[in-house]
Design a protein around this ligand. Structure first.
Ligand code: SAM
Length: 275
């Protein structure tokens, strides 16, 4: 018998993968967690029915969350990741020698536990001595931090369940307070095909708080619509004004210094969402 997993994006559209086997399934304190082995994309982490990451295409998302802000900041030393319990963003952050400390605040310890077990290529750096892992609410962590971080990355689930607060203006104001005076942040902001209103409202909110606000995209085959957006808010540094000499060699499969700038070139229907 053939088994298929579908992430429904709307009542009438979904993204589907053939399953080899289910490795683990559990209702955690915060969400339904499924780890499944797919035929095309290898092991896949699914939370509340939504694809979080897969072995085959994870590098796109993790590289684009981490390297765009880290090359925009001239000397990122202290970095925070909110969410991201699979460890992929942390793995990319550690490729930057300037980073002295990377803190991960993930609300659900089970995501960390099962990513280490079934996605070791992604989670493999979570025990690195430059990393501090905190199991807790990223919203509360941000609310208590002040003038602390050079770069903050919000690698959250969609705005349902524990991540609802992570898409509010109050959260972005907290991020501004938690950042140093020249800090910047990036948040994953879903896709422009089905979540246009979300992107528009995040842009509106972040623009009221940060002087430099930009949207960039990446192509991720296992995320709904395949086109993903990231919102960058910065107090001082413009991602489009990074001098060529600042890009050091880095081992990546998607990110390049040319793509760093090209990712900000938006199709017109996406650009409209930023106005
Ligand atoms: N790359 C994925 C995507 O865009 O589909 C998201 C990665 S997934 C690892 C996001 C993580 O955010 C989940 O493990 C979830 O538990 C965590 N999360 C959700 N709300 C959170 C909160 N309030 N504080 C900290 N982590 C949170």
């Amino acid at each position: 018998m053939e088994l298929w997993f579908t992430e429904k994006q709307t009542e009438h559209f979904g993204i589907t993968a053939r399953i080899k086997q289910t490795l683990h399934t559990e209702q955690t304190e915060f969400q339904k967690l499924d780890m499944i082995e797919t035929v095309e994309f290898g092991n896949m982490l699914v939370l509340d029915g939504m694809v979080m990451t897969t072995k085959k295409d994870e590098f796109v998302y993790h590289e684009m969350v981490a390297h765009v802000p880290l090359f925009t900041h001239p000397n990122p030393e202290n970095v925070l990741v909110v969410g991201g319990g699979d460890g992929g963003v942390i793995r990319e952050i550690l490729k930057h020698p300037s980073v002295k400390k990377a803190t991960l605040v993930e609300i659900d310890g089970k995501v960390i536990e099962y990513s280490k077990k079934y996605l070791p290529e992604i989670a493999g750096e979570l025990d690195n001595p430059r990393v501090e892992v905190i199991v807790g609410d990223g919203f509360m962590h941000i609310a208590q931090a002040e003038n602390e971080y050079d770069v903050i990355m919000v690698d959250s689930t969609e705005p349902v369940g524990p991540a609802v607060n992570l898409f509010t203006k109050g959260f972005y104001a907290g991020i501004a307070k938690a950042l140093k005076e020249d800090g910047l942040f990036v948040a994953q902001t879903d896709n422009p095909w089905f979540k246009a209103d979300l992107i528009r409202s995040v842009q509106r909110d972040v623009k009221e708080i940060f002087p430099i606000v930009k949207l960039y995209t990446a192509n991720i085959p296992t995320y709904p619509s395949g086109m993903w957006t990231f919102t960058l808010g910065s107090k001082k540094y413009d991602p489009l004004k990074v001098e060529d000499s600042r890009f050091h060699e880095i081992d990546t499969k998607y990110y390049t210094k040319e793509l760093h700038k090209a990712a900000f070139v938006l199709p017109r229907f996406v650009e409209e969402l930023t106005k």
